[in-house]
Ligand binder design. Structure first.
Ligand SMILES: C[S@@+](CC[C@H](N)C(=O)[O-])C[C@H]1O[C@@H](n2cnc3c(N)ncnc32)[C@H](O)[C@@H]1O
Length: 293
């Protein structure tokens, strides 16, 4: 049910761009910090204000005060939070982003995990792309793992890809990308795993159905106590995510990842992220690569 005008403060008057007051910014940033973990320092006020203008327009609200009343109402909590989260998340990503990690995977982590298991591959190796954005990271993992599996039978794997943003997950699931976004993929892999759209003028490619079938997408919020995952993971990629979180949130999340990994499992963070200074039980084994003992 749509909120009433009285509930939302909605107006049908002409809409001049609203100004966000410091008090409103403080309320929104506290809500975002609590629900998503992302910190928004005061310097981000202009960014939040301009990004939220679109939401005010859609909801036909003329002030951030009215938006605040809506977003904090039970109705707003149910329906608007998802949009607010979309507005504050940064989705920048790429195929084969930070390529050294995929080299490490192929030449060090996968052989080590395989040696640990011997031929016991009834249970697939489980990977998790946590904070997968529009899918480039999990599809890169799927290519790397499919190549490794082809050279090392019997070897089975499964990939879970999660994000908090439902909008970005929908895009990820389609597996369609502008051709220029796939430049980081080696030509041999492109030939195997990408399909060109029939209409060449559109300049789009799609991940092949076989590769798409290797990735399961799911909405998971890192702020949840348990991620709702019954299986332990062998490898977690959580790159370029914790950089937006404050130290206590980072600490808590890295601990939960530790709990979610099998002994010998790996955690990959982004190159500008670190566990230094956090009280967690990982051993550094590569550049922003950590292993559970
Ligand atoms: C910058 S992208 C990183 C994408 C990819 N991992 C990479 O390194 O290219 C960060 C992603 O983390 C997601 N994210 C942010 N806060 C989150 C939370 N609390 N729970 C789950 N995902 C979150 C965002 O929606 C966004 O898609």
């Amino acid at each position: 049910m749509q909120p009433t005008a009285a509930e939302t403060g909605r107006t049908s008057q002409g809409l001049a761009p609203a100004k966000m007051r410091d008090r409103e910014f403080t309320q929104f940033s506290a809500l975002i910090r609590q629900r998503v973990g992302i910190q928004l320092p005061p310097a981000k006020k202009t960014m939040l204000e301009s990004r939220l203008h679109k939401r005010l327009k859609v909801l036909r609200l003329d002030s951030f005060e009215a938006y605040g009343s809506y977003v904090f109402s039970p109705e707003g909590q149910r329906t608007e939070m998802v949009h607010l989260i979309d507005v504050v998340t940064t989705n920048k990503t790429d195929f084969f982003r930070e390529p050294g990690h995929f080299e490490y995977l192929t030449h060090t982590a996968l052989p080590a995990l395989r040696a640990r298991r011997g031929d016991r591959f009834e249970e697939p190796l489980r990977l998790w792309s946590a904070g997968c954005s529009s899918g480039e990271e999990p599809y890169t993992l799927a290519m790397v793992l499919a190549e490794f599996a082809a050279g090392h039978p019997p070897f089975r794997f499964s990939i879970l890809a999660s994000d908090i943003s439902t909008r970005i997950l929908e895009a990820a699931q389609t597996g369609v990308y502008p051709q220029e976004r796939t430049e980081g993929i080696a030509i041999g892999l492109k030939k195997k795993y990408l399909l060109r759209s029939k209409d060449r003028s559109r300049g789009l490619v799609r991940i092949s159905p076989e590769l798409r079938a290797r990735v399961v997408f799911r909405r998971i919020n890192f702020m949840e106590d348990h991620f709702g995952l019954s299986e332990k993971m062998d490898i977690i990629f959580c790159r370029n995510v914790i950089i937006y979180f404050d130290k206590p949130t980072q600490q808590e999340l890295i601990r939960k990842f530790h709990r979610q990994l099998r002994p010998g499992g790996y955690l990959f963070l982004g190159h500008s992220e670190t566990i230094n200074g956090l009280d967690v039980d990982f051993v550094t084994v590569g550049s922003t690569v950590y292993q559970k003992q």
